[in-house]
Design a protein around this ligand. Structure first.
Ligand code: FNR
Length: 364
């Protein structure tokens, strides 16, 4: 059941912290390094002011959208996050049931605690698979086949985390994640043990990056599947253009929730230049720091077609299981609809730069 007094997403974080182990909370909430990007993801939304409009006509309005031929009731999706068993025993099954309750699409992580097939069986809304390209490309191809067979509607290839990021909050709390080969989806994968760098030794350049994903792997994936392919973790116009030249169907502007390279810009700040470069050729989505319906509105006004929400879903999951996930998404959707109405937007197509106060518009 939903605890009394929970009226906004941030309320869930406070309650979740009290229920999670310090290690799990550090893993869910933390970012890389000094967590500057993590803070900026929020600050970027707060510094943008909205322009209200009055007395509009909202007959026949709504928040529906279509992406890759799939119908969504609203533009708020569950971002791919790993290890939901840290929150509840039912893990991603609970999450996908919650997403279904709120009629939200969901992206399931390669590093889920239950197998991708089980998640798909419990899904009632569009479900996409987040793929980490493994050093074993044969195993990676098998993952793609499994996602296709299970009915996933798109592949979200996360490209911003080729190496383990340095998350000091996790380290200080003593969080240790499972080994790659212990992940539900990765059983049978031969992983190569990457020893910590000895003093005086290079951490990164000891050969294991030789098999990390490269652009040619995107072309290879393209040849492997008919599923729409989105690249997640694009922040620059240059990478956006290269992605398009490799035939991808969509982009997700993201800094991985500030968890990978600290001091890269907030996702919202990076969004306009990617949107300008893409110029409508493919849909651009974004994530990072979405906590309010006004944030969803701002992201769409800056050119995103939809947004993804990471940590708040985990906090809802930890507090109240599927009901908590559904409630988080429902609160966000309600706030978003109120913000649409108060800025004079009847449908998503009406949301443009005009909802932003002139001085805060991209390029304004
Ligand atoms: C993530 N994220 C992530 N992304 C991904 O592509 N694959 C993954 O397995 C994970 N795992 C993961 C775990 C946890 C605990 C978090 C918080 C995040 C990143 C995620 O998809 C998304 O980019 C951010 O969470 C968005 O930022 P917010 O909404 O958390 O601010």
């Amino acid at each position: 059941a939903i605890p009394a007094g929970v009226v906004a997403l941030d309320d869930y974080e406070t309650l979740a912290q009290a229920r999670l182990s310090p290690q799990a909370y550090a893993y869910f909430s933390g970012g890389a390094g000094d967590e500057a990007t993590l803070r900026w993801n929020r600050a970027a939304f707060e510094k943008v002011q909205l322009a209200p409009r009055v007395l509009g006509d909202f007959k026949g309005g709504g928040t529906e959208l279509s992406l890759f031929g799939q119908s969504f009731a609203h533009p708020i999706l569950v971002a791919p996050t790993a290890h939901h068993r840290l929150a509840v025993p039912e893990a991603e099954i609970a999450t996908v049931v919650g997403a279904g309750g709120a009629r939200a699409g969901m992206v399931a992580s390669t590093e889920s605690d239950v197998m991708l097939e089980e998640i798909a069986r419990a899904a009632r809304t569009p479900l996409w698979f987040q793929l980490y390209i493994q050093h074993d490309r044969g195993f990676t191809a098998e993952l793609v086949r499994r996602a296709e067979a299970a009915g996933y509607g798109a592949l979200v290839v996360t490209v911003d985390a080729p190496v383990h990021s340095l998350r000091n909050r996790e380290q200080r709390a003593g969080y240790v994640g499972p080994k790659l080969s212990e992940h539900a989806n990765l059983r049978g994968l031969h992983t190569r043990h990457i020893a910590e760098a000895a003093l005086g030794e290079s951490l990164m350049f000891r050969g294991f990056l030789d098999v990390a994903a490269r652009w040619e792997d995107i072309a290879w994936l393209r040849s492997l599947t008919l599923l729409p392919i989105l690249l997640k973790g694009i922040l620059t116009a240059e990478d956006a253009e290269t992605a398009l030249s490799h035939g991808v169907d969509g982009l997700i502007v993201s800094n991985h929730g500030g968890r990978v390279l600290d001091t890269v810009p907030a996702s919202l700040d990076a969004l306009p230049s990617v949107v300008r470069q893409v110029a409508g050729r493919v849909p651009v989505l974004m994530d990072g720091g979405i906590r309010r319906g006004t944030d969803v509105l701002k992201a769409l006004a800056f050119g995103a077609r939809a947004v993804l929400v990471g940590r708040p879903c985990l906090y809802g999951l930890a507090v109240a299981g599927p009901a908590g996930v559904a409630h988080v998404l429902h609160l966000l959707r309600c706030e978003f609809e109120v913000a649409m109405v108060l800025t004079g937007c009847r449908t998503l197509a009406d949301i443009g730069p005009q909802v932003i106060w002139p001085a805060d518009r991209p390029g304004g």
